[in-house]
Design a protein around this ligand. Structure first.
Ligand SMILES: NC(=O)c1ccc[n+]([C@@H]2O[C@H](COP(=O)([O-])OP(=O)(O)OC[C@H]3O[C@@H](n4cnc5c(N)ncnc54)[C@H](OP(=O)(O)O)[C@@H]3O)[C@@H](O)[C@H]2O)c1
Length: 314
């Protein structure tokens, strides 16, 4: 669909980079925005907390679609700066949704499986399942969803934990486990065992696949723009690959031919008396996407890591 323009927020980030790549590959005119890492040339520097900056960029580039990836999503950063997180994840999302609505721009908002409490027996979650985030990050993302749904005719796309091409492994809660496996090797390595969660179920999904789905959703919703009201407002995408974090470490150890004896499986689930209950299984149903005819296939987790692991062996 060449001739169309998309603006991707968070284009300097882990997911946004792949979204930019995918729309470029499909012949769109793509403008990425970032903040601290934006060079101002290939990626525009736009503070999303500043509505007039956002307005200016929308009016200058006149996109048909905005894919909103920018968010504060690192739990430690969220907890350290709840006000700043709310400003970006909720208030800036609301302001962007209003600006998109008044210009007839389709907004695709990236959300998370952490909007669900992930209690035992609840999975898989349909798009209309009861939400109930257990942490501040999930709560601000859910409030961002509500802002998009209230202020615009945009669409929410929930995704689970992501892995994929990274500038550094720390960008992803999955890629970073490769650093854990590498970190327990050799005589210089920390002699203390590292405890790794072997309780909560995760569905690592590749950023390249999410980017492809963002593109397909944009095309589908633009095609049907005269009848957008009949299309679902909340969509979910997820791989079927299911692992605990410990199982991912086991897999990385096997792929790299490395011993993970110093990584200890932690099977301790929630303490029922604790005030905060961690999600056990936030599995997202992809039914709504399938009903739209959008391909929910993903790359094979093991296959992807077998290929990529070469880079870590250098
Ligand atoms: N990563 C995951 O496992 C995961 C899982 C589920 C859902 N998600 C969702 O997917 C989306 C993308 O996540 P990600 O992993 O790509 O995040 P990320 O790598 O942390 O990137 C965050 C992006 O937000 C930008 N940003 C931060 N503050 C900004 C501001 N004030 N104005 C404009 N831009 C600002 C950053 O720009 P600079 O770096 O240039 O400052 C960066 O491009 C998020 O909505 C997240 O909630 C992610």
């Amino acid at each position: 669909m060449s001739g169309k323009t998309v603006i991707v927020t968070g284009a300097t980030g882990f997911l946004g980079r792949q979204v930019v790549k995918e729309f470029n590959r499909r012949g769109w005119n793509v403008k990425g925005t970032g903040f601290t890492r934006a060079d101002g040339v290939s990626i525009l520097k736009v503070d999303l907390a500043n509505a007039s900056e956002v307005e200016k960029v929308l009016d200058e580039h006149n996109p048909q679609v905005v894919v909103h990836c920018a968010a504060n999503r690192f739990p430690d950063k969220v907890d350290a700066d709840p006000e700043g997180t709310k400003k970006l994840n909720v208030d800036a999302t609301r302001s962007l949704a209003k600006l998109c609505a008044s210009r007839g721009i389709l907004l695709v908002y990236i959300s998370t499986d952490y909007v669900f409490p992930g209690r035992l027996g609840d999975a898989p979650h349909e798009t209309d399942a009861a939400t109930g985030p257990t942490n501040l990050y999930g709560l601000t993302k859910l409030e961002g969803e509500r802002a998009v749904l209230d202020e615009s005719s945009g669409v929410v796309l929930r995704v689970p934990v992501l892995y994929g091409p990274a500038e550094s492994n720390a960008e992803s809660a999955v890629n970073v486990l490769m650093d854990v496996v590498l970190g327990v090797q050799g005589p210089g390595a920390n002699s203390k065992a590292v405890k790794m969660d072997h309780w909560a179920l995760r569905y690592p999904t590749n950023t390249e696949d999410v980017a492809r789905v963002c593109h397909d959703v944009a095309v589908r919703y633009l095609e049907d723009s005269s009848d957008c009201a009949s299309l679902p407002r909340v969509l979910q995408f997820s791989s079927e690959d299911r692992y605990t974090k410990y199982e991912i470490c086991q897999l990385f150890g096997e792929i790299m031919g490395l011993n993970i004896d110093k990584i200890e499986a932690n099977t301790q689930g929630n303490d029922p008396a604790a005030s905060v209950q961690r999600p056990f299984d936030c599995k997202l149903s992809t039914r709504a996407l399938r009903e739209l005819g959008i391909d929910v296939g993903t790359q094979d987790f093991v296959g992807w890591w077998r290929r990529e692991a070469r880079a870590f062996r250098k």
